[in-house]
Write a protein that binds this ligand. Sequence first.
Ligand SMILES: Cc1cc2nc3c(=O)[nH]c(=O)nc-3n(C[C@H](O)[C@H](O)[C@H](O)COP(=O)(O)OP(=O)(O)OC[C@H]3O[C@@H](n4cnc5c(N)ncnc54)[C@H](O)[C@@H]3O)c2cc1C
Length: 464
Amino acid sequence: MATAVFDPSVASPRKTRRQRSHNPPAPPPRPWVGALATTVAVIALVWVVVLGISSETSKELGLPGGVTTFIGSMTGLVGMYLALVQVVIVARIPALERILGQDGMLRWHRWLGPWPISLLAAHAVFITIGYAQASRTGFWHEIGKLVDSYPDLLAATVGLGLMVAIGIASIRAIRNRMRRETWWVLHLYMYLALALSFAHVIVLGPSFVGHPVVRIVWSVIWAATAGTVLLYRVALPVARSTRYGLRVVEVKREAPGVTSVICSGHRLERLAVSGGQFFAWRFLTKGLWWQAHPYSISALPQPPYLRLTVKAIGDHSSAVSKLRRGTRVAIEGPYGAVTVNARRHEKVVLFAGGIGITSLRSLLEDLPRQSQPIVIMRASSEDQLVLRDEVAELVRHRRGVVHELVGPRKSLGSARTMLQRLVPDLLQRDLYVCGPPGMIEDVIDAAAQLGVEKSAIHYEVYSW
Ligand SMILES: Cc1cc2nc3c(=O)[nH]c(=O)nc-3n(C[C@H](O)[C@H](O)[C@H](O)COP(=O)(O)OP(=O)(O)OC[C@H]3O[C@@H](n4cnc5c(N)ncnc54)[C@H](O)[C@@H]3O)c2cc1C
């Protein structure tokens, strides 16, 4: 393709790239946002529980099926609330995203995930049993009766069915056998499932019937959540992509199977992004436009240019090397908290597995000269030490050192031995790790065993 437009030799002897560039860094995380979000979430949970309890009288509880129906109402209310929290977590609200990062967000989402679905399934079972006990009929007869008599319940039942299907598909053993895109499309149905379930809650729920104010408050909270998702997951990315108008200007082979894509855009000097962050990239070309994949920036922007570097491992990443000049590019982000803002110590060690070097390469540009980085680049073969010259140059100007470890994983020794051997002052440094999940687990475990504090370990897993 065309001649090079992007100058990778960004390390100035006197100034860091950030000092030479007008690109603003991503805003730092505000710890109080996390505390506030947690407090609001806990208060809202208490409100939901109080709402459920206060809607029952002791007389109602004493009736046949009273206690079972009450358990059904409570599990339903709390389940719906936790589903809402799940939606907020993945809404990519910038202030939260800066605190959680990609991995924190996924960790919370996965940790919480089973709860709303299990509680809502329990809700359906308990309510049906409770109603059956009250009307002295059987469970199956009551299901037919409920779905038949209440149209909103039929929609909610379809919604619950969808949620359970998504929950099952998210079990790791099943998820690992699915294509990421299939899993993602299936996940989108969660929004439909929640929308289908919404009406029956306010039309039939004992906490809502005869309580118009509670109905309004609940509806406003749900509408605000839907608005937040639309704003941050749809409107903002569309607006940003339109504003920057990125197009592919160069596709460059870096190593066997590894390609850098350089995009050019307008007003890119206004894009607030930090080294170590990533975007979800959507290449608007036949066959690719419908999927957005996360790739880190492999260098800070050099307005009007932005670069990503991709290793071909599947259909999307392989198609990247065949992109044509002029292809439009939509972006969602920047995301990620593995930036210079996470640093606790002056000095750092960066540990990259294979293509994991991309985000650490851009992070290096943001590091001050006194950071004296120790960079450990691990690769299966010499030609997979991607961007090694750029990394070496950046490290040299920060008076750091690069260790290149090449060969099969077993021959390189354990992560613990590597850290002990190569980073004598490990406890005085922040550790940044990037790459495949297995390697990251090994390095984090080793660092923890060697006494590195959790708050000094920052990582980005190149997987889902
Ligand atoms: C935060 C982050 C930053 C990344 N940065 C880079 C980078 O700079 N350069 C690079 O080459 N790769 C990067 N990756 C990995 C890259 O996203 C995947 O290699 C790519 O999406 C694979 O898609 P595929 O269709 O080619 O392969 P597939 O066959 O679809 O997937 C292969 C594997 O890639 C992972 N993967 C696929 N789709 C996604 C997705 N949407 N989100 C997360 N993981 C996925 C899964 O582990 C999957 O098993 C990054 C991943 C993450 C999460």
